[in-house]
Design a protein around this ligand. Structure first.
Ligand code: NDP
Length: 342
């Protein structure tokens, strides 16, 4: 029996594939082109347990039909990670909302059509973006938990690319829970979602370090390459390490206690000042070259914005998450080694 994972080329998905192969699962991954398949299979040493299929564009509702049909009897677990995560568009419906929502609806419909009896568990990579409420995100008296939902509508989320991305994750996750409710007598699978905040950590393969990284790691990349007199960006959010997010996906498909749960993956808040502190303290090669700001005044040292309480998720998962220092230092070290500076 195999694990089917959409968007296997992604930053998070590559770590999931790696951990699945370490646990001796057979994995069927999807990518948008044969060239991407060839590269990833080679990176995984052409492991015979890792096969791949092309799914060109998840915005098409029938995108998964052919591959789910082909492997129907063999798929026990489905991990749906593919979804656009970037802010580089002004056509929010076409580039963010529709692929996110149709990708989720489409893969679940394909399971219903072709693999209703074989797929037992589905895990959707959702996001804190499906939970966030921008109106109270700065309110230090607020506590956000696994029970909260982003209140934006299809229209209101299209204010800018960030809110549109958040809307795309909300509407996609909502579509999954609604699909299961409407089809619970026709499919066998149980559902869980993984809802991470900003995900940092090394690329699964060192050679995938490029001048521009995936959206979340790019924040670290930008600060590694900032100039000493550049201002420190104001962004503040939650952080979690990619290896912990990957582990949570696998536990979500393995553990019965996680059925029906939204796993809010965060290990606390950070802002760019905290990242600058770690880079300045841990990497002498960066000292004097990147901004210093006001050390030890970041979100690791004082409360900024809404509280997030994910004690339920932490106790369900039962493992310790990596610290900000570890995830940022590992991200930066991989970049600096790639550039021959470490
Ligand atoms: P990546 O951009 O690295 O991965 C996204 C994956 O989705 C890639 O495999 C990409 O393919 C695929 N994809 C995107 N659009 C399409 C499309 N239209 N058709 C087919 N495939 C598509 O991002 P991450 O690994 O960071 O994100 C993975 C998941 O995690 C997403 O669902 C994202 O929303 C979620 N997430 C990420 C967080 C983070 O901080 N990184 C935080 C919270 C949630 P290709 O490689 O060809 O572009």
């Amino acid at each position: 029996m195999s694990v089917f994972i959409s968007g296997a080329t992604g930053f998070i998905a590559q770590h999931i594939v790696g951990q699945l192969l370490e646990q001796n699962y057979k994995v069927i991954g999807t990518a948008r082109s044969q060239a991407k398949i060839d590269r990833l299979q080679e990176q995984f040493g052409n492991n015979p347990n890792f096969t791949m299929e092309i799914v060109e564009d998840i915005a098409k509702l029938d995108a998964f039909d052919a591959v789910i049909k082909k492997h129907a009897k063999d798929i026990k677990f489905v991990l749906h990670t593919a979804s656009p995560f970037h802010f580089e568009t002004t056509d929010f419906e076409k580039d963010l909302l529709i692929p996110a929502v149709n990708g989720t609806k489409g893969i679940l419909e394909s399971i219903k059509k072709y693999a209703a009896d074989s797929v037992e568990r589905v895990v959707i990579t959702s996001s804190y973006a499906a939970i966030i409420d921008f109106k109270i995100e700065d309110d230090t008296n607020t506590v956000m938990t696994e029970a909260n939902w982003n209140p934006d509508t299809w229209e209101s989320c299209q204010a800018n690319a960030v809110t549109a991305y958040c809307g795309s994750k909300k509407f996609a996750e909502q579509a999954a829970w609604e699909f299961l409710e409407a089809n619970k007598d026709q499919v066998k699978f149980k559902l869980a979602t993984v809802n991470p905040v900003y995900v940092f950590g090394p690329q699964n393969f060192d050679e995938d370090v490029t001048s521009k990284l995936n959206t979340s790691c790019e924040f670290v990349n930008q600060l590694v390459h900032a100039k000493a007199d550049d201002p420190i960006p104001a962004l503040c959010g939650g952080y979690i390490d990619v290896r912990d997010v990957a582990k949570a996906h696998i536990l979500a498909m393995q553990k019965d206690e996680l059925i029906g749960q939204r796993l809010l993956m965060t290990n606390g808040k950070f802002n760019f000042q905290d990242i600058a502190d770690i880079l300045n303290e841990d990497f002498p090669v960066l000292k004097g070259n990147i901004p210093v700001g006001a050390p030890h005044t970041g979100a690791q040292h004082k409360q900024i914005g809404a509280n997030v309480d994910n004690s339920k998720t932490k106790s369900l998962l039962g493992f310790k998450f990596r610290t900000l220092k570890e995830t940022i230092a590992d991200t930066a070290a991989q970049i600096l080694k790639h550039e021959g500076k470490l």
